[in-house]
Design a protein around this ligand. Structure first.
Ligand SMILES: *[C@@H]1O[C@H](CO)[C@@H](O)[C@H](O)[C@H]1NC(C)=O
Ligand SMILES: *[C@@H]1O[C@H](CO)[C@@H](O)[C@H](O)[C@H]1NC(C)=O
Ligand SMILES: *[C@@H]1O[C@H](CO)[C@@H](O)[C@H](O)[C@H]1NC(C)=O
Ligand SMILES: *[C@@H]1O[C@H](CO)[C@@H](O)[C@H](O)[C@H]1NC(C)=O
Ligand SMILES: *[C@@H]1O[C@H](CO)[C@@H](O)[C@H](O)[C@H]1NC(C)=O
Ligand SMILES: *[C@@H]1O[C@H](CO)[C@@H](O)[C@H](O)[C@H]1NC(C)=O
Length: 393
């Protein structure tokens, strides 16, 4: 019962003036009512992270990519002719077999939050991710369902009436056999899982991305203890931080983004759905120059030939390149990286940089986030980093 109240309340908050109404006016409304925290398992699969949740009644497993860079939660749904869905190992979710599935009409506020269009009175969506060859796509019906999470107590915890997309026409970018069933949007937009759960998680969540294997995402609770650094969070269409500089060894490169780039507060956003950290082309080329001067080995530039993106700096592993220490200077928070945050082994003999140049967005990618416990506090507007060995044993 308490959970039902949560979600009705969350909808009110969303539909009025989220988030200030929910967080400022009624901070205590549900405190202490349920000390259990929602959790879910995160699994590393081929360069992306998938989150394990269950959907519907009876619950069916879903594995959605963990995506702070988008908002909508969606999963592939029956009916879906083979040509319109990508391969997934888990069975497709069938809304007809769930007693808690509710479709949403075009005129409901849930459709205003998540839908983009109307088809014969039903609310429908269409989402595109990435671009060009790496793009992926999903479209289908907007509906509500019960999601089932794990919890700190070990008991499953339900979150009813979550707005989600039931995808009937989906495609995945080629060469990423991730075995996922959809996407779990954790962004700041009102259709995201985080916004919909806002009141019951007090606007807080944290994840720890492992190098391989699995780990846990926590909803509610903060990142504390020795070695935690925090930086202001600026919420626009994404979760933005302020990058002031990057140090390579003893050389500090001030981040002065030029041209059309946003200079000052909120100049980079955190995206768990992207591997490499994307920096403006000229800044990236300055950084690469400093790196190649410091690393005593013969660099190999890998051309992937995507328009608007730089080559990627790589080394032959057998040349045993010695990597310099790299520190990301966010406002008020120096994040000291490990070698595995800076270079990634992409084959037996090749390791490639986790930085890339591109003049579209400035993004903090997932390679650089691995083995940090990263906590978001949407009420206090901070993001915290704590160096942590993330993989569950
Ligand atoms: C694919 O997903 C299934 C669950 O449906 C999981 O048991 C399996 O380990 C996954 N395979 C890979 C290669 O990740
Ligand atoms: C909505 O659907 C109509 C008719 O199918 C189409 O012309 C229009 O482009 C769609 N709009 C969006 C935002 O998808
Ligand atoms: C599925 O989506 C693709 C890409 O937008 C589109 O070309 C195709 O017509 C869609 N198929 C159906 C049956 O809606
Ligand atoms: C790149 O380095 C050059 C030479 O040191 C400097 O003039 C320029 O401002 C740098 N550009 C960026 C974007 O940091
Ligand atoms: C890496 O170096 C080894 C030994 O010199 C060589 O056999 C191999 O072809 C090189 N690999 C690449 C990708 O350059
Ligand atoms: C990359 O490969 C090298 C050589 O095999 C190994 O020493 C290193 O630990 C690997 N790095 C990661 C992050 O797996």
């Amino acid at each position: 019962m308490a959970l039902k109240t949560f979600s009705t309340y969350a909808f009110l908050c969303l539909s009025i003036i989220w988030p200030s109404f929910c967080t400022k006016e009624n901070p205590k409304l549900f405190q202490d009512e349920n000390p259990k925290l929602f959790q879910a398992e995160i699994i590393f699969v081929h360069g992306i992270y998938v989150m394990h949740l269950s959907i519907g009644s009876p619950p069916v497993d879903i594995y959605g990519s963990v995506d702070t860079g988008s908002d909508l939660v969606w999963t592939q749904c029956e009916p879906c002719p083979q040509s319109q869905c990508f391969r997934q190992e888990a069975p497709l979710f069938d809304p007809k077999k769930s007693s808690t599935y509710n479709s949403i009409s075009c005129f409901s506020f849930q459709c205003v939050i998540a839908g983009t269009n109307c088809s014969e009175g039903d609310c429908i969506y269409s989402s595109a991710y990435g671009r060009g060859l790496h793009g992926s796509f999903s479209s289908g019906n907007i509906a509500t369902e019960t999601l089932t999470f794990g919890s700190t107590s070990g008991q499953p915890l339900e979150m009813p009436k979550i707005i989600f997309g039931c995808g009937h026409n989906n495609s995945e970018s080629p060469n990423t056999p991730s075995n996922r069933t959809g996407t779990i949007g954790l962004g700041p937009g009102s259709s995201s899982l985080i916004s919909q759960m806002a009141t019951s998680i007090a606007g807080k969540f944290s994840y720890c991305l492992p190098h391989q294997g699995s780990s846990t995402i926590n909803f509610g609770g903060i990142v504390a203890g020795a070695g935690v650094v925090s930086t202001p969070l600026i919420i626009r269409d994404h979760y933005y931080l302020t990058l002031e500089a990057i140090s390579v060894g003893n050389q500090r490169l001030e981040f002065v983004s030029g041209g059309k780039y946003f200079i000052g507060a909120g100049n980079i956003f955190v995206d768990t759905g992207v591997q490499r950290t994307l920096l403006p082309l000229e800044y990236h080329s300055n950084l690469t120059l400093v790196m190649t001067n410091m690393i005593r080995a013969q660099p190999i530039e890998i051309k992937i030939g995507e328009p608007g993106l730089s080559d990627i700096l790589c080394y032959n592993i057998s040349s045993q390149p010695e990597l310099p220490e790299v520190t990301i200077h966010f406002k008020g928070a120096d994040v000291k990286l490990s070698p595995s945050n800076i270079f990634q082994n992409i084959s037996d003999d090749l390791m490639c940089s986790a930085f890339r140049g591109g003049d579209v967005n400035t993004i903090y990618g997932n390679i650089m986030q691995t083995n940090f416990l990263i906590g978001y506090d949407i009420e206090q507007r901070t993001v915290s980093f704590k160096s942590t060995h993330c993989a569950n044993n």
